[in-house]
Design a protein around this ligand. Sequence first.
Ligand SMILES: *[C@@H]1O[C@H](CO)[C@@H](O)[C@H](O)[C@H]1NC(C)=O
Ligand SMILES: *[C@@H]1O[C@H](CO)[C@@H](O)[C@H](O)[C@H]1NC(C)=O
Ligand SMILES: [Mn+2]
Length: 379
Amino acid sequence: MLLLIPLLLTPSAIIAREITFPPLTGYSNLFSAQGPLFTQSKEEIDITTGPKFAGLTTFANLPYVHCLAADGVEVEKYDIAILGAPFDTGVTARPGARFGPGGIRQGSRRIAPEFGWNIHTGENVFLDWARIVDCGDAPLTFLDNTIALKQLDASHKRTSGRSANSSEYHIPRIITLGGDHTTTLSALRSTHERWGEVSVIHFDSHLDTWDPEVLGGGISHYAGVNHGTFLHIAHEEGLISNSSVHAGIRAPLMRPKGDIRNDLRCGFEIVTARAIDRIGVDGVIHALRKRVAGSKVYISVDIDVLDPSYAPATGTAEVGGWTTRELLAILDGLRGLEVVGADVVEVAPIYDNPGETTLLAAAEVVRSLLEILVHKPVK
Ligand SMILES: *[C@@H]1O[C@H](CO)[C@@H](O)[C@H](O)[C@H]1NC(C)=O
Ligand SMILES: *[C@@H]1O[C@H](CO)[C@@H](O)[C@H](O)[C@H]1NC(C)=O
Ligand SMILES: [Mn+2]
């Protein structure tokens, strides 16, 4: 009974229902920027076009290409490939990054090529020279890390081994969606095969050069291959040059001096998270560019470089990190470098909030990386 009273007292609610829809031509104009909602006849609804929230969820509504099809099987050509690496059995804290690739795509749903103009740079990376596609995820076993990494090595090799769409720049470049940070090892192996040694710009709160004997606990060789040792292993394998650099470091060390000595040996310099308070965004950009000057570069972004208030959905969160705005500005400042590969890793969607804070940030970081790759093609 009580529920009926407001209805009786507010006749305007009933009148409001009589609002008529605008004429069809109004809709047609409204949606014309997205491709016509209507085809020739105003009565005939077009469901063949119209971006966002339709079809299957690829990164930024990009076309899906089966890049991992068997060698010799012809697929659509591409210049830049998004490749998911759903692997999280190399973590030392909270698991969940195996769902990172899907999460980052989810966070990217509002990005669409037709609306891709960046207000800060004036460019639309999606309507430029490069054909950018989403290759889906590599099939990785969660039961054996050794096998999973071999599967990822092979996936990278096949994806970067196809001939590019461009007739001028022949090797497709890959942006990997992690996955825990161990997955970067496969990416570095494939960039080394195609491009030789690279300098790594490593955004992270952790060093990730830990000696496998230290972080692996000396239990077994198998235990030593994990998301905190992969840069040490990449150095041992001769994949990375000694002009690499970390950015955003703040996590505690395991040994008072040994970790830093080992880090230097692996070829790294450190820009700490707090450096930004002294030297600012421009100072950080300058330090990173100076360190890698003259070399081919791989950019790896562990989402835990951000403060947990900006990226709670990660396995090994460390407080006192950078803001999303700072990170995006720093990434824009790296345009012009010869970047041959990149990744965003350690996104574990289960720890995100309903506002998808981390997923939105990760998707935007991927977009910034795409801009760097498109801005500077590499031969
Ligand atoms: C891909 O290559 C074709 C043929 O060379 C070219 O016409 C087209 O513009 C390229 N696509 C992109 C997105 O650059
Ligand atoms: C890096 O290695 C090269 C050659 O191996 C050497 O000449 C150079 O001094 C090293 N640079 C640093 C910063 O260690
Ligand atoms: Mn990391």
